[in-house]
Design a binder for this molecule. Structure first.
Ligand code: ATP
Ligand code: MG
Length: 453
């Protein structure tokens, strides 16, 4: 009864979106994909499936990225073979997933995900949606045409056959790729209701691939943004991590804000970006992360979350110090407070906490340039991350830029030069040492508080 009503409200008789029966075929001399661009492992899997009498294609992001001139992150294969049939063909493979079963095929250290074509089941009493229209189950096998139609955007729905070197297009995705348009398949409102994460994917894919979101695809986003609140937290977290590590986090975050999609994601981000120092700090941190990703340098998610939450830690830390608390106990309390609040809002998995805590608790040590402290700090295993973090604090105007210059020189100096640099700080040295002794003793008692978070 309720389902019938929901389907009526969302005009859903059948969730197989209108698409022509006959696809457009883009033949080898019409497109720019070269067989050599495909990872040998994925190529072998497609060939073996075809030799066993099945149809199979390279699908999704890989086909899209090759057409847009980007190197694909990974290659997904879709086929009409069932998981059991796939498993039977590839000795080194295993079936994963309970709700919708996929097969992971291993070649060497590589893993290729092979999925059976999915249909979007007919919306009737057997299909479950929540009260906002979100699909709770989406797990039936289908034809290749249905598989293309149930994908999110037209540019993600192209099937590439590496044997014939042709592209099969049921949804006009090839024309959209050429026009650099990101267009949702089917009725935009209905598709966002089925899965609100598609709104975040629209922002991420458009920013990352330099596409513009087609007008009707963009239109319902602001209105439907609150639906993100119904998405399971772990899924939101995964999508946010993808977005922050996409190499275009700064553009994505700006776009998310412009479209009102940021509220449920990292609630503190909103408040932080409204304070001038916080905004400057996060902008620099995201820019820095984007550059590292573009240069293929490693990026730590813990570091990124440490930057996103730093101004929360900082304002509590300043408040506690203003009330007379010593540097370290105040910092530990500020960290505990921030993580406790954050934990209730967006579940950052605990595994990131230790990196964040280490980066934060090392910060005061950069300012304590006395005795052997800088020598000990530089050999700390987490020094590099904490140092990069301190640089952003200097660049954002939070710390004296002289501190940045001093540490840059200290890092490249040899032992004798380092000793010399220390003797050039005599005034600070004697003054701070006396005060610090007291602080250190008091702080020993406060230390365990951090480890309990
Ligand atoms: P990326 O480059 O980030 O991997 P992608 O498009 O390949 O981008 P995946 O999450 O790997 O993203 O998804 C693979 C494919 O599955 C997509 O290209 C799309 O066809 C389909 N897909 C992914 N998420 C959805 C969704 N929420 N709704 C419908 N189809 C989806
Ligand atoms: Mg992908």
């Amino acid at each position: 009864m309720i389902l019938k009503f929901i389907n009526k409200v969302f005009h859903r008789k059948n969730a197989i979106y209108e698409s022509p029966q006959q696809p457009t075929i883009i033949s080898r001399n019409q497109h720019a994909i070269q067989r050599q661009q495909i990872a040998p492992c994925a190529l072998k899997i497609v060939t073996q499936l075809q030799q066993a009498g099945h149809v199979s294609y390279i699908v999704g992001g890989a086909t899209r990225d090759m057409l847009l001139g980007f190197a694909p992150k990974d290659f997904d294969v879709a086929t009409n073979a069932t998981p059991e049939q796939i498993r039977h063909i590839f000795r080194r493979s295993r079936i994963i997933g309970r709700r919708f079963r996929l097969v992971h095929v291993m070649c060497g250290a590589e893993i290729v995900e092979v999925s059976t074509f999915r249909g979007n089941s007919k919306i009737d009493e057997s299909v479950q949606v929540d009260q906002h229209g979100r699909l709770l189950h989406d797990n039936v096998f289908g034809t290749q045409q249905e598989d293309a139609a149930r994908r999110d955007f037209t540019v993600n729905a192209l099937l590439y056959d590496p044997e014939k070197e042709e592209i099969i297009d049921y949804v006009n995705g090839y024309a959209d790729i050429q026009a650099k348009k990101l267009r949702i398949i089917g009725d935009p409102e209905q598709r966002y209701r089925e899965d609100p994460v598609r709104m975040l994917r629209a922002v991420r894919l458009a920013s990352k691939l330099g596409l513009h979101i087609e007008e009707n695809t963009a239109l319902p986003i602001s209105k439907l943004a609150p639906l993100l609140q119904n998405v399971p937290e772990s899924r939101l977290f995964d999508e946010m991590l993808k977005l922050l590590l996409s190499g275009c986090a700064l553009t994505c975050v700006t776009e998310l804000r412009a479209r009102g999609l940021h509220h449920g994601l990292l609630p503190l981000l909103d408040t932080i970006l409204e304070q001038p120092l916080g905004k400057q700090f996060i902008t620099l941190a995201l820019k820095n992360t984007d550059e590292r990703i573009q240069q293929n340098k490693p990026v730590s998610a813990g570091f990124l979350f440490a930057t996103l939450l730093w101004h929360e830690v900082l304002s509590s830390w300043n408040a506690l110090r203003g009330r007379g608390e010593q540097t370290f106990p105040a910092l530990f309390s500020a960290i505990n407070q921030t993580l406790a609040i954050q934990h209730k809002k967006l579940a950052i998995p605990q595994r990131f906490y230790s990196v964040m805590q280490e980066i934060w608790t090392m910060q005061p040590r950069f300012e304590m340039r006395v005795g052997r402290r800088p020598f000990q700090l530089v050999s700390h295993p987490r020094f590099r991350s904490a140092y990069d973090f301190m640089l952003i604090r200097c660049e954002s105007g939070e710390l004296d830029p002289g501190l940045k210059a001093w540490w840059e020189a200290f890092i490249i100096a040899d032992q004798a030069q380092r000793e010399q640099m220390m003797t050039e700080l005599p005034a600070i040295k004697s003054k701070k040492r006396r005060r610090r002794k007291k602080t250190t003793l008091k702080n020993k008692a406060a230390m365990p508080a951090v480890t309990t978070v």
